[in-house]
Design a protein around this ligand. Structure first.
Ligand code: KG4
Length: 331
C-alpha cells in the first residue's frame, strides 16, 4: 500500500473530538476517523474537560485501529506520527500526545508535535490546493478568532485576534439564549436563511479601520438585551441580524489585512468556516486576482487528517520532536 509514499498517522484530541487519520505524502487522505463527543457535552451547553479526557482515553485506541484498517496500512508502514500538543485542554491533549509518543517509541519513527491552529490552516492543502506562501489565515472556531500572516511552516505572525469571545462561542451563546442546543452555529446558519424581514437590528462591530481586533461579547449582549426588550421577536430575524454582524467583521478584517500587505491568498478555517453565509460574503467581496481557500465542512471542524498533513511539512523538512515534548494549553 505504500508505493514509495510517505505515510503519516495523525492524532487529534485537543478539545471534544477524538480523531485518528492516515495521510500519504502530506496531501492524500487515506482515512479520517472522528469520534465527536458533542452528545456527551450538549446537556452542559459546553465542553466539560474531565468528561472530554475520559472519552478521549476510551476512544483513541479503537480510532487508531480503524484509521489504519481503513487506509489499508499497518503500523509497519508508518514513516512518522503526528499529534496535536497545543493549544487545548491539558488533560485531553495528553491522551493524543502520549499515544503518539508510545507509537513513536515502539516503532522507532519520528514524532511531530503539532500546533492545532497551524494544522487548521493546512486543511485546504489536503483538497488539492498546494501550500502557497505567504497567505492570510483566518481561524474561526469555538475557541479561537485569530488572523495570521503565514509566511511558511511554523512562520506565523498574529495580524489580529478577538479581544473577548471567539466567534463560534458567540454563536453558541446566542443559540442557547434563543433556546437552541449546542453547537449553535449550524442552527443559526439554518435559521437565518428563513428570515423574512431582513433588518439590521445591531450595529457593526469595531468600525475604526485602524483597529485589528475582533470582538463578540458586545454583539452577544446586544442580542440578549433585544430579546429581553422584545420577547416575541421573530427568532429567525434576530438570528439573521446577529449573523450579518458577526460575519461582516470577519470579511472586513481579512480583506483589509491581506490588501494592506499585498497578499493575494487567503485560507479560512475552523468550525465557523463551515458557515454558508460567510462563504457567500467572501465570494462576493473577493477581487478577481484573490484566492480564498476554505476546506470542505468535514475538514473545517477538528480532524486528524490536518494534523497528519501539518506534521508532514515538518517531517519532510527533517524536523521532529523529542519524546520529552509536552502539551501546552496555549500556543
Ligand atoms: O473548530 P471547531 O469544530 O472546534 C472548536 O472550536 O471546538 O468549531 C466549533 C464551532 C462551534 O462554536 C460551532 O457553533 C461553530 O464552530 N460552527 C458554526 C457552524 N458550524 C459549526 N458556526 C457558524 N456556522 C456554522 N455553520
Amino acid at each position: 500500500m505504500k508505493d514509495g509514499r510517505i505515510i503519516g498517522l495523525g492524532l487529534e484530541s485537543s478539545c471534544d473530538e477524538t480523531a485518528a487519520a492516515v495521510v500519504a505524502d502530506g496531501k492524500d487522505i487515506l482515512s479520517n476517523c472522528i469520534y465527536s463527543q458533542v452528545d456527551l457535552h450538549s446537556i452542559y451547553s459546553g465542553v466539560v474537560p474531565e468528561i472530554a479526557s475520559r472519552a478521549h482515553l476510551e476512544k483513541i485506541n479503537p480510532l487508531i485501529h480503524s484509521a489504519l484498517l481503513e487506509s489499508g496500512s499497518g503500523f509497519g508502514d508508518l514513516d512518522y506520527v503526528a499529534a496535536t500538543n497545543r493549544p487545548g485542554l491539558i488533560g485531553s491533549l495528553m491522551i493524543g500526545l502520549q499515544s503518539a509518543k508510545t507509537i513513536s517509541f515502539a516503532l522507532g519513527i519520528p514524532l511531530v508535535a503539532v500546533n492545532h491552529l497551524e494544522a487548521h490552516l493546512y486543511a485546504p492543502f489536503l483538497e488539492g490546493h498546494g501550500p502557497g506562501y505567504p497567505f492570510m489565515g483566518l481561524l474561526i472556531s469555538g475557541g479561537n478568532t485569530v488572523l495570521f500572516e503565514v509566511r511558511g511552516p511554523g512562520d506565523m505572525e498574529v495580524a489580529g485576534r478577538t479581544a473577548d469571545d471567539a466567534v463560534g462561542e458567540s454563536y453558541d451563546k446566542v443559540a442557547k439564549f434563543l433556546g437552541f442546543g449546542y453547537p449553535g452555529g449550524p442552527v443559526i446558519d439554518r435559521l437565518a436563511k428563513g428570515a423574512v424581514a431582513r433588518k439590521n437590528l445591531f450595529p457593526k462591530i469595531l468600525t475604526d479601520p485602524g483597529d485589528t481586533r475582533f470582538s463578540y461579547s458586545g454583539l452577544k449582549t446586544a442580542v440578549i438585551n433585544y430579546m429581553k426588550q422584545f420577547p416575541g421577536a421573530d427568532k429567525a430575524e434576530v438570528a439573521w441580524s446577529f449573523q450579518e454582524r458577526a460575519l461582516e467583521i470577519l470579511a472586513r478584517r481579512l480583506f483589509a489585512a491581506a490588501r494592506d500587505r499585498g497578499i493575494k491568498k487567503m485560507v479560512v478555517a475552523g468550525g465557523v468556516a463551515a458557515n454558508s453565509r460567510l462563504r457567500e460574503l467572501l465570494a462576493e467581496q473577493k477581487k478577481q486576482d484573490e484566492t480564498i481557500m476554505i476546506p470542505s465542512p468535514l475538514l473545517c471542524t477538528d480532524n486528524a487528517a490536518m494534523i497528519a498533513g501539518a506534521g508532514y511539512m515538518y517531517f519532510n523538512a527533517g524536523i521532529s520532536d523529542p519524546l520529552t515534548v509536552d502539551v501546552k494549553a496555549k500556543v
